[in-house]
Design a protein around this ligand. Sequence first.
Ligand SMILES: N[C@@H](CCC(=O)N[C@@H](CS)C(=O)NCC(=O)O)C(=O)O
Length: 378
Amino acid sequence: MRYRHLSLIIGLILGIMATLIVIPMFEPQDQFPMGATTGTLPSAGVPLPKPTASNYAVATNQKSTLQVVLEKGYVQCGVSQGLPGFSNPDDRGDWRGIDVDVCRAVAAAVLGDARRVKFTALSAKERFTALQSGEIDILSRNTTWTLTRDTSLGLDFIGVTYYDGQGFLVRKESGIKSVYELKGAAVCTNTGTTTELNVADFFRTNNIPYQIVAFEKSDEVIAAYDAGRCDAYTTDASGLYAERLKLTNIDEHIVLPELISKEPLGPVVRQGDDQWADIARWSLNALIGAEELGLTQKNVRSFLKSENPEVRRFLGVESSFGESLGLQNDWALNIVSQVGNYGESFERNLGKETRLGIERGLNAQWNEGGLMYAPPVR
Ligand SMILES: N[C@@H](CCC(=O)N[C@@H](CS)C(=O)NCC(=O)O)C(=O)O
């Protein structure tokens, strides 16, 4: 009997001890440690946490591109050596073009001033090294997004500025009407480009003998074609519109009807600095999204009073999407008020009223028959 009491008492003590040990294991803990997704979304008006150092800065023990740009006060933008409509210095030496506008948009978003951009003119061959080495902060230079460039080079494409394809220019007097008639032709093009690779694919696949004549500098390529050293000149169709303006007599040449490739041209940043990639990506998205929302350089400020929640979020009137990017909440307002929207940039630099006279085609908005489609700001 005595022993029964004793074992009951020991059992009770053990039970209490076990409860004391086990209960804390089930107590509600901080389920969502810093940085993890919580069950509730931040509602309008609730301040978001201050942006933390980017993963790039943490991983590489280097300053993030955003920090570098904020400290020096400008964006270093890699452009072409002169491609009208895309990136080209005007009579006063100011860089103009749709690729230039992407860099201006980034500067407007980050520094609140689209003028705070310095340009580095780069040949096709030089462009990726300049970005890898940190000489430039962003490359915005009619560069085709390909798998190799997006993976093996330590770089990241952040979107598409211009959907293009590769075309050919020939002399009218040659009587050539199609790329399939280029048998035995000498073809002029640039080194270090997808153009070179596509030519090889196309002529090999179609069993057409040809000869390639390639130079690093575009001016040398077009001069060689103009001087009659080649039967055809090939590059992105956009480049044909631009480069043919440099010919002695533009009317003596025709663009052949076929495009032999897909050339999605877009801006590039270094791989690993996700915050900077997000900033570049959303600056381009803001240009494209603004057009869809009907926001223009002229009217955008009048939309600050808009009741449309999409517009209010976009312009930073409601919520704090700028802070999520590590920027001020008027980042997109600065882009549109200083650079305009994508359509405005297109018309100003490439459109029907310019010397290039390019139609929107694939570069129209998705709801106008094109491929330009910005994800929502929300
Ligand atoms: N999109 C192609 C071709 C880019 C390219 O370099 N094209 C030449 C011919 S249009 C060019 O940009 N020339 C202007 C320059 O080098 O300044 C690529 O990314 O490889």
